[in-house]
Design a protein around this ligand. Structure first.
Ligand code: XLS
Ligand code: NI
Ligand code: NI
Length: 441
């Protein structure tokens, strides 16, 4: 059974192609900055949005037409695996990602859920023997089921803590089985709705114990994936403990976990936290904790996680700028934690969406590399901080001055001269680079 039979393998045809089923900018073999695009971008399909999502919203039923959903239960789960590996091959993507409940239905008991998972994992493993597509990361869903109403690792209920731990234990086992490069923790309900009934200190202590035990178990079974925390400030809880990279990093350091985790940064979570995507990437990069990326985008007018496929070239350029400066993503990748809109309900929309996202990041990669090659922003920044290259500035950086000497310096100043930040010029220059990329130059 095939599910995308009217669509052949998607190839690169160049920016003049009018074929909707072709890449216009993503050319996997093309080298940018010494690496192939495929190696740099490490695209991943998100199983949940692409094969499980029905496109329902709080006001309306699902609209998605998915031929694999004609089945029920485990038959449907198996059909989704067939559909998934067909699409991976057609898109030629190197990676995919999933939660436990995306791939197999939960049973009436944990034991049955685990059996269902084992059946699907065996099927995936079989497909992966002949497929180039590998597992970028897996995770477990410790937020949808009503048992997680008060959280998982931060729940007030110790039985729920144990249940959540058992699910992560299984997640680590199947991650190892399928050779996952990373393992993700997104704290969907690790937060609170109100402080009036919350012991914040106790919840944070518990959460740290949860993570420490996960680290210990991965070590025990020899699963050497990079652990990743995916910050999000809110939704579904009012306040989530992994609010953003900075607060997540403070938590890790406070509890001695900082050497075991990096961050999976999601564009739409960054904006929900009141940051730009590139802010979160930059903060992680300069602290050497940039692990992987959930590559989507939010809607400018909506205040929630709309998880749209990335099409904003300005955003992909600035994101790739950080990723290139980071030396790439290492074991991480660009995972499309993105879904088609409710009105885009046909299977072929899934293909258009991935082409759009992959092409947008390919443009971002090329433009960012050019900006770096030409040292456009490096020159601006170097010049802007040049007062710290010599004299009193150098003494500050070298730690060879103190408040006495700084006061003396200040008292002897004959006025202070600042220089323009030149923001408009910088933005116009970036536009120029983007437009040159459109022109294929
Ligand atoms: C939800 C998150 C979730 C994680 C994985 O907002 O983005 O999908 O990526 O649990
Ligand atoms: Ni999200
Ligand atoms: Ni995500």
């Amino acid at each position: 059974m095939t599910y995308f039979s009217n669509i052949s393998n998607i190839k690169y045809e160049g920016s003049n192609s009018t074929n909707p089923y072709a890449f216009k900018f993503y050319n996997p073999e093309e080298k940018v900055g010494g690496k192939t695009m495929e190696d740099y971008l490490r695209f991943s399909v998100a199983y949940w949005h692409t094969f499980t999502e029905d496109l329902s919203d709080p006001f309306g039923a699902g609209t998605a037409v998915r031929p694999w959903d004609h089945y029920d239960g485990m038959d449907r789960a198996k059909a989704r695996v067939d559909a998934a590996f067909e699409l991976f091959e057609k898109l030629d993507v190197p990676y995919f990602c999933f939660h436990d409940v995306d791939i197999a239905p939960e049973g009436s008991h944990l034991r049955e859920s685990n059996q269902n998972i084992d059946t699907i994992v065996a099927m995936m493993k079989d497909y992966m023997k002949d497929s180039k597509t590998k597992l970028l990361w897996n995770t477990v869903n410790n937020f949808t089921h009503p048992r997680f109403v008060h959280g998982a690792g931060s729940s007030n209920n110790a039985d729920v803590f144990a249940y959540a731990a058992a699910k992560v234990k299984k997640g680590l086992e199947i991650g190892k089985e399928l050779g996952a490069e990373n393992y993700v923790f997104w704290g969907g309900r690790e937060g609170y709705e109100t402080l009036l009934n919350t012991d914040m200190k106790r919840e944070l202590d518990h959460l740290s114990k949860f993570y420490h035990m996960a680290v210990a178990y991965a070590k025990e079974i020899g699963f050497d994936a990079q652990f990743l925390i995916e910050p999000k400030p809110k939704e579904p809880t009012t306040h989530q403990y992994d609010f953003d990279v900075a607060s997540g990093y403070a938590f890790l350091q406070r509890y001695g976990l900082q050497n075991h985790f990096k961050f999976n940064i999601e564009a739409n979570h960054a904006t929900l936290a009141g940051h730009t995507f590139e802010h979160e990437l930059r903060y992680a990069r300069v602290n050497n904790i940039l692990g992987s990326v959930d590559a989507n985008q939010g809607h400018q007018l909506l205040g929630w996680d709309t998880d749209e496929f990335p099409t904003d070239l300005y955003a992909t350029t600035l994101a790739m700028y950080e990723i290139i400066k980071n030396g790439g993503l290492g074991r991480g990748g660009l995972n499309f934690d993105a879904k088609v809109r409710r009105g885009s309900f046909e299977p072929e929309d899934l293909v258009h969406a991935h082409i759009a996202g992959m092409d947008s990041f390919a443009v971002g990669l090329k433009v960012a590399q050019k900006l770096i090659d030409d040292q456009v922003l490096d020159n601006v920044i170097e010049e802007r901080y040049s007062s710290f290259d010599e004299g009193i500035g150098k003494e500050i950086e070298d730690g060879t001055t103190d408040f006495h000497k700084l006061e003396e310096h200040a008292l002897n100043l004959d006025g202070i001269q600042n220089q323009s930040g030149r923001l408009e010029y910088i933005k116009a220059t970036i536009n120029q680079y983007l437009l040159k990329a459109y022109a294929g130059a």
